[in-house]
Design a binder for this molecule. Structure first.
Ligand code: SF4
Length: 440
């Protein structure tokens, strides 16, 4: 035992000097281009979060993003299929000797790539895979509108009831956002259930920052019970508050998708191998930041999220339409638009205070001309609606975009239907198409 501890200390010292090693005890340097993934403050094992801006880290903006560095080196060497995921690290091995763990095979499960999910090609064109109305609507070919309601930060659904009445019959689905920057609120699962109870298709959001694998599967079961059939799997932004609170990161977003999709496909919980009688079959969503640098990063992330089971994407908010267009061109060249539905994130900026928040959002780059446009306008609400409508019309013309996801910067949800109104397909047409859609 004393010898083991001494070896671990010596190894930590040596590898700390050379690789800035964080002593996870299950070294994956050989798979991460000799850059320690544990230097990422979120401890992500399979790629960058959406918060990286200009190749810098969301949490420590003076440092380079660990995963951008890894992907840059990997892109040059192109050694192996980067869509494969490494499993979550085993916490019981932290601060032990990686060398000894290797010799005793204790680290095998945490170091190997997970077996790829066997998913069919051209997934967008398969018959219905879930009971999600959002899936049904996307597969009928309708241009989709989604938006979001923030979970109340008090023990009442009052604001949900107030806001949903503007969105009902106008939007195809509504996200229940929760725990922004780690701030406590009602859980997303509860608010998504309430939205569903009020007759609106809802999307529940889970973050790796807040959940263990066990609590994530519990959320899937809760959503199934409440008829919430859409699940967004997110990394989660860094806690903004002080004091700093422990962040979970038992999974990264790709592993979270993998867990959910594995369960949906096999009826078995991947990490316990327990078989379930009634299987949660959520329509799975993920986020992508098309503005992450270098340009190949968002594309690689998209490929990985397709491989780990995502059905649809809601993108980071778009302020630079030209960059988004060139991202979508690459998506279509690689035929990824046949594999996944992409909903473009559209900001609806209706208040000065909210506008000033934009540059502080992880992963958001505010172009100078947009900054000036909003600074010089006399009526920010009117300008924000106009800007959102312009973006929406542009997105509608981009090949591979299946819809838009409106993100409100302000608190008056009554403006949201105004943004999409001219884009609406009459609900009767929509319903007729839904009725005639043939499931496989
Ligand atoms: S930007 Fe995100 S992925 Fe990159 S190092 Fe920071 S926390 Fe990790």
């Amino acid at each position: 035992m004393v010898l083991e501890r001494s070896i671990a200390k010596f190894e930590a010292f040596l590898k700390g000097m050379v690789f800035d090693c964080k002593s996870c005890g299950q070294c994956v340097l050989a798979k991460t281009e000799l850059i320690c993934p544990m230097t990422c403050p979120k401890g992500l094992r399979n790629g960058p979060c959406g918060g990286t801006t200009d190749e810098k880290c969301e949490v420590y903006p003076d440092k380079s993003c660990t995963w951008v560095r890894i992907l840059k080196k990997r892109n040059l060497s192109n050694k192996y299929n980067s869509n494969n995921c490494i499993a979550s690290p085993d916490p019981s091995l932290f601060h032990s000797s990686s060398l000894l763990n290797r010799l005793s095979n204790k680290d095998v499960a945490a170091k190997e790539f997970l077996p790829p999910l066997e998913l069919p090609k051209d997934k967008k064109f398969l018959g219905l895979q879930t009971e999600s109305l959002l899936e049904l609507r996307l597969k009928t070919g309708k241009f989709i509108h989604t938006c979001e309601i923030r979970a109340p930060r008090e023990a009442t659904y009052k604001t949900v009831h107030r806001d949903i009445k503007y969105l009902k019959d106008e939007f195809d689905a509504v996200n229940a956002t929760a725990y922004l920057n780690g701030t406590p609120s009602l859980p997303s699962t509860k608010v998504a259930a309430e939205i569903r109870r009020l007759g609106v298709e809802s999307i529940s959001q889970s973050t790796c920052r807040d959940l263990t694998k066990t609590s994530f599967i519990a959320e899937l079961l809760e959503n199934m019970m409440n008829g919430v059939n859409n699940q967004l799997c997110l990394t989660g932004d860094a806690y903004a508050g002080n004091p700093k609170i422990k962040q979970v990161f038992d999974m990264d977003s790709s592993l979270m998708l993998y867990e959910a999709r594995y369960l949906r496909e096999n009826g078995v919980i991947n990490f316990t191998k327990q078989k379930l009688k009634k299987i949660p079959k959520p329509f799975l969503g993920a986020a992508i930041n098309p503005f992450s640098k270098p340009d190949f990063v968002p594309l690689q992330r998209l490929k990985q999220k397709i491989a780990t089971g995502a059905d649809f994407i809601q993108t980071q908010l778009i302020l630079d339409i030209e960059t988004f267009k060139s991202f979508m061109e690459k998506v279509c060249i690689e035929k990824l638009d046949r594999e996944i539905f992409i909903l473009a994130g559209i900001p609806v900026i209706i208040s000065k205070t909210a506008f000033n928040m934009l540059p502080k959002i992880p992963g958001v780059v505010l172009p100078q001309h947009i900054k000036e446009r909003f600074e010089q306008c006399s009526d920010i609400k009117a300008e924000g609606i106009k800007f959102a409508k312009e973006l929406l019309l542009s997105c509608k013309k981009i090949k591979g975009v299946s819809g838009v996801h409106l993100m409100l910067f302000g608190s008056d949800h009554s403006v949201l239907p105004e943004v999409i109104r001219k884009e609406e397909i009459k609900s009767s047409v929509k319903q007729n198409k839904e009725k005639t859609y043939v499931t496989s």
